[in-house]
Design a protein around this ligand. Sequence first.
Ligand SMILES: Cc1cc2nc3c(=O)[nH]c(=O)nc-3n(C[C@H](O)[C@H](O)[C@H](O)COP(=O)(O)OP(=O)(O)OC[C@H]3O[C@@H](n4cnc5c(N)ncnc54)[C@H](O)[C@@H]3O)c2cc1C
Ligand code: SF4
Ligand code: SF4
Ligand code: SF4
Length: 409
Amino acid sequence: MTEVLVIGGGPAGLTAAKSLVDRGAGVVLVEKKVSLGGMARELTCKGLVECRNCGVCFAIDRAGEIVREPLAEIMLLSEVAAVQKDDSGYSVRIKNSPRYVTDDCIGCGKCVEVCPVEGKAVFPPTGSGQPRTYWIDRSRCLHFRKTRCEKCALVCPTKAVDFEDRVRNVTRKVSAVVFATGMEPIDACEMTRLGCGTLKDVISSVDAERILNQRGRLVRPSDGKPPKKIAVMQCIGSRSVKLGVEYCSKFCCKYATKLSQLLLDTDPEVNLDFYFMDLRTLYEPQDEFKQWAKDRKTVRLLRTMPASVSPGKEGRLLVRAVSETDLDITETEYDLVILSVGMKPAGAASELAKSLGISADEMGFAKGSEELESRGVFICGAVIEPMDIEETAVRAIAAASRASKGASA
Ligand SMILES: Cc1cc2nc3c(=O)[nH]c(=O)nc-3n(C[C@H](O)[C@H](O)[C@H](O)COP(=O)(O)OP(=O)(O)OC[C@H]3O[C@@H](n4cnc5c(N)ncnc54)[C@H](O)[C@@H]3O)c2cc1C
Ligand code: SF4
Ligand code: SF4
Ligand code: SF4
């Protein structure tokens, strides 16, 4: 049977892996984190009242499917340590780190309750990550110190805690490789003039997504209260010569417009100002969002880039911006500011990429080619260029199709 190595368990790698097993290929899926889902693990469904086609559930559903797929071998907490090309494909050495909790975990959370470590040493998987198996952070766990704590093992109803778990080095033979190492969100704090890192209630869109995903509603980090007046700011980090990210990240207008709509769904009394330069809502007509905003008295679309965020009165935030007419400076106070960050590619310039013959362009994105594919290496997802989950999925299916043909040829 054809075996394909998929590197990266985000929307791209998951879709490619599912598409490959649907074609009858075996898959070895290597993900460096403790769970599958990639960036989508942290994201919130934006469709509280009706589906808004944000694509987040698509990625999480693929993760749920692939963990139950007999043709797929899932290796979490794993990285490819070495790749060697031979006549029949690639010989791959994979380093698998221990999670100290076996697949018998039923996710009851009893271990977390009894763990005496401040901030805990045993955790559920991040956000909506799959599978829902817990894991122990060895660097924090008291079992590996003098006290030899075993509280979690004693309380676990399925005896899933395994302190004997060890690093494993395994070798697999594959006929093709799908490279899907994805992206990193830009650090919003690189935009120092907007108060990130110094003002508690200036948060990135990643933070906003996490809070909504975990709690179902947005609260201010400073006092835990729901914000009543919110500013959403676009193009944070993207299109910035200073940060060396000169491209448009392509998906941030789409998610931020849907996120803004979700905020109004969760609290119709919220006042929301949406600061933007250009509105790029990808495949959806931007008029829909403009009309949605027009229909609401509490929403304003402001076509300008704010100049600064500073402390306002009574714990609020003061935003200064050039007015849309360019004639004066506006000053507006908010309870919360959300900075909509873009992305940088991840892993395209790594040693692993080099060992597969992948090179990066001047912006750090991976360059695919027919020549590379003729050697059985296929690239997909946001490591190639900015793309949302929908485009990622479509292009991953196409890559899987070419990989399965190339691999069986
Ligand atoms: C704040 C924010 C909100 C967003 N909201 C939406 C939205 O609502 N709708 C939408 O369509 N898109 C949204 N996006 C975009 C979406 O996150 C991307 O389109 C999508 O994550 C790209 O998928 P990917 O698999 O290419 O990359 P990633 O999601 O980054 O996944 C890559 C995976 O590869 C793993 N990996 C990396 N290197 C290695 C390695 N060497 N070995 C093993 N594993 C490795 C990573 O751990 C990760 O799990 C949002 C993005 C951000 C930043
Ligand atoms: S107590 Fe055991 S079964 Fe329950 S979450 Fe912890 S490890 Fe999993
Ligand atoms: S052994 Fe003790 S310290 Fe370590 S995770 Fe279990 S309860 Fe926490
Ligand atoms: S998608 Fe929108 S917010 Fe993101 S960089 Fe492009 S124009 Fe700016």
